[in-house]
Write a protein that binds this ligand. Structure first.
Ligand code: ATP
Ligand code: MG
Length: 553
């Protein structure tokens, strides 16, 4: 999947909807929703669902609601809800309406009473433990609860008293009356409501009972006239319940649930529960740590909304669970930044080079193109002086075979400048090289040297005009493709996943970089000015991705 071979990724849901629209189903309308629970920050797996739901609505000129599935008050917060809205907006989508499952608590209650009146729901006073025992297993049918045949009047009375707060958590639940012998455990009289005496962010202490996900979700979809309710494969076995509830109630509509494979990405974990652990145990520096697969983490790392949307397009939508390789994600951002990011020079681990045959005050200004393939990207000035810095990597006292950079007595070209020759090495007491004394060939500016070949080209920055910067190199947080399966998370963490280099020198034009601006540092990689820590007085760049794919073996 590289830019040279455009892949028509499969999306079976488009085929289904194409047929529905052609057949005039739902009056040809397409309405979707993205239904996060505000109990954590969104991750790249959610981005797949966001792109699918919002993208589908856009494609068919339809609508997509953002609906907070806020039925678990104990775990949810306003902080998470705000972050989710920011993430969706940043990804480039606009919701038709912002809704909450809690908007429907009254209706959900009325519909539950309707099920009771039809003899299709009952209050069960068994303990959680007893209910678990009576549920049966995959191979054995369940047992009917002794409370299953309570009268409609008794059920209505108990349910209204559950609502009024007369009982304690766990005393009773409301269950659907379906089939304790069903081969599908979800159909063995699933719980519709439980007692939870907790405050809800939006409804305060109005409710002592809260509806369960399976019951809430289908009814909320139906109230919003969702046409296609797209969810991940683990809900396939819940679809009979989704349909059962709606078949038994006179809701405004009966949406079609369609399941697709969730995103699993190698070298990361896509589960809010596990990500919360990383944050709470300070294994990472917060939700927006650039190594996190959260949308805000990826944003801070320098991923763009375009690249994330492109990623979701490339991986497609299928019914088969499959691991996606990190190189697919990295390829998306690399392709974009290769096209768009201005080029700059930066030295990560500087060694000073003194060009001894230039006068102390020598100064030249080169006008360099910002992008080699894009004239519209303009130019910037790069000063060249007698003292410059090059990267420690670009010099070898004892060169390995085929080394084409600077070596004692050897020549190399300074990018867009002269060919220099290393005449002398200066070391400190510990034997570390601290300075290289070189001469230059004045006849090599924009010209090949006479009578010899100089193959290597290295980047450099003027020592006089260079700016100091902190550069943060990121690698995958985990050292194993499926860290959720590791013995312990701690063992799966790669200690080299964040490397902070605080003595870097970058070309002066980078002083104008603004937060979240991207660059290619020539020969090094793609970088972004950190959205929180970078300023013109304190340059901080994060490595988004290396120049070339490092995954290919
Ligand atoms: P997590 O397991 O990380 O807590 P979740 O599924 O519980 O995720 P929700 O807030 O319920 O999180 O998810 C909102 C929507 O995003 C759901 O429709 C869910 O199916 C979808 N979603 C969550 N994770 C993924 C994933 N890895 N790939 C695709 N869609 C996902
Ligand atoms: Mg969930």
């Amino acid at each position: 999947m590289s830019k040279s071979e455009p892949v028509k990724a499969s999306n079976f849901i488009r085929n289904i909807i194409d047929e529905d629209v052609a057949a005039g189903k739902n009056g040809g309308q397409v309405v979707t929703r993205f239904p996060p629970e505000p109990n954590g920050y969104l991750h790249i797996g959610h981005a797949k669902s966001i792109c699918l739901n919002f993208g589908t609505a856009t494609r068919y000129n339809g609508r997509c609601n953002l609906r907070f599935d806020d039925t678990n008050p104990a775990k949810e917060s306003e902080e998470y809800a705000l972050a989710i809205k920011d993430d969706v907006t940043w990804l480039g989508f606009e919701w038709n309406e912002l809704r909450h499952a809690s908007d429907y608590f009254d209706e959900l209650y009325e519909y539950a009473c309707e099920l009771i009146r039809q003899g299709k729901a009952y209050v069960d006073s068994s303990s959680a433990e007893e209910m678990r025992e009576m549920r049966g297993t995959l191979t054995e049918p369940g047992i009917e609860s002794p409370y299953r045949n309570r009268s409609i009047e008794q059920n209505l009375d108990l349910f209204s008293r559950m609502k009024a707060g007369e009982f304690n958590d766990g005393d009773h639940v409301l269950r659907a009356k379906i089939d304790m012998a069903s081969g599908n455990i979800n159909m063995r009289d699933p719980t519709l409501y439980r007692i939870r005496k907790v405050n809800h962010i939006r409804t305060g202490d109005k409710w002592s009972i809260y509806p369960m996900y399976d019951y809430t979700h289908c009814v909320s979809d139906a109230i919003e006239n969702i046409t296609h309710s797209l969810c991940t494969l683990e809900f396939e076995d819940h679809r009979p319940l989704y349909d059962w509830v709606l078949d038994n109630l006179k809701t405004p509509s009966h949406p079609q649930q369609i399941e697709f494979a969730r995103l699993s990405l190698e070298y990361t974990m896509l589960s809010k529960r596990l990500l919360i652990k990383l944050v709470e145990e300070n294994i990472v520096n917060g939700w927006d740590d650039p190594r996190m697969p959260t949308i805000i983490g990826m944003r801070r790392r320098g991923y763009t909304p375009e690249a994330l949307r492109e990623f979701c397009e490339r991986i497609g939508i299928t019914k088969n669970d499959a691991w996606i390789e990190m190189m697919v994600l990295e390829g998306c951002i690399r392709d974009q930044l290769n096209r768009e990011a201005p080029r700059r020079m930066a030295v990560l681990d500087p060694i000073k080079v003194v060009i001894t045959d230039l006068p102390a005050d020598h100064e030249q200004r080169f006008t360099l193109a910002n992008h080699p393939q894009d004239d519209t990207a303009g130019t910037r000035e790069v000063p060249f002086t007698r003292e410059i810095y090059i990267d420690r990597d670009d010099f070898a006292e004892v060169p390995p075979p085929k080394y084409q950079r600077l070596i004692p007595g050897g020549e190399v070209r300074l990018r867009s400048s002269y060919v220099i020759k290393c005449e002398e090495i200066i070391k400190d007491d510990a034997g570390k090289v601290v300075e290289l004394r070189c001469t230059h060939d004045p006849d090599t500016l924009g010209k090949k040297p006479e009578g010899r070949k100089v193959k290597g080209v290295i980047h450099w920055v003027s020592a006089t005009y260079g700016e100091s910067a902190e550069i943060r190199l990121y690698n995958p947080l985990f050292n194993t493709p499926d860290p959720a399966k590791a013995e312990s998370i701690e063992d799966a963490i790669d200690p080299e996943s964040e490397i902070i280099l605080s003595n870097c020198i970058v070309e002066p034009a980078l002083k104008d970089a603004v937060a979240e601006q991207h660059f290619q540092f020539e020969r090094i990689g793609y970088f972004v000015a950190d959205r929180h820590d970078h300023s013109s007085d304190n340059l901080v760049f994060n490595r988004v991705v290396t120049l070339r794919d490092t995954w290919a073996k």
